[in-house]
Design a protein around this ligand. Structure first.
Ligand code: FES
Length: 160
């Protein structure tokens, strides 16, 4: 059985190959970071430093890009991202309370991932389902008019 260190080395090998393949693109950094996030699931500092070294650019530049774009994450992501809509309609119809209920249910705050690695709690702008406000989204599924914890519990159970 491969050790964790060997597995990790294999991931770095894949990343090194991707950098080699993409580095001559016109603006390769975002694409390379996207691939790195795909390989590792997130972009911890050590991965950023690896990219910096291979591409011969300052690690601070990588860090700047990673923190600028919200599709990059420096924390491990859960199997599912639970996005609560914080657009105007949802906000007015109780998104803050919805966030609080989901937060309590999952035991995490915004941006965090549950201990069992199932959910990352996140916020999004209007998802176009304002008539169902307040809304949250898990993958392709949209849930609206959720006003109590029992409903939330029942929905979360479907995602194992
Ligand atoms: S504001 Fe939440 S769906 Fe439009």
């Amino acid at each position: 059985m491969a050790s964790i260190a060997q597995d990790k080395n294999r991931l770095y090998d894949r990343l090194a190959e991707a950098i080699e393949e993409k580095k001559d693109l016109r603006n390769p950094l975002i694409e390379i970071l996207r691939i790195a996030q795909e390989i590792f699931g997130y972009l911890p500092i050590e991965v950023q430093e690896f990219v910096a070294e291979k591409m011969n650019i300052p690690a601070s530049k990588i860090y700047g890009v990673v923190t600028f774009y919200n599709f990059f994450s420096m924390q491990p992501r859960g199997k599912y991202t639970l996005n609560v809509c914080t657009g105007t309609a949802c906000f007015v119809k109780g998104a803050p309370r919805l966030i609080q209920m989901i937060s309590e249910e999952l035991g995490v705050t915004m941006g965090e991932t549950t201990e069992d690695g199932r959910f990352t709690l996140s916020a999004v702008r209007c998802v176009g389902a304002c008539s169902l406000a307040p809304v949250f989204v898990i993958g392709e599924d949209t849930f609206g008019r959720i006003d109590n914890k029992d409903k939330i519990k029942e929905i979360l159970k479907r995602y194992e």
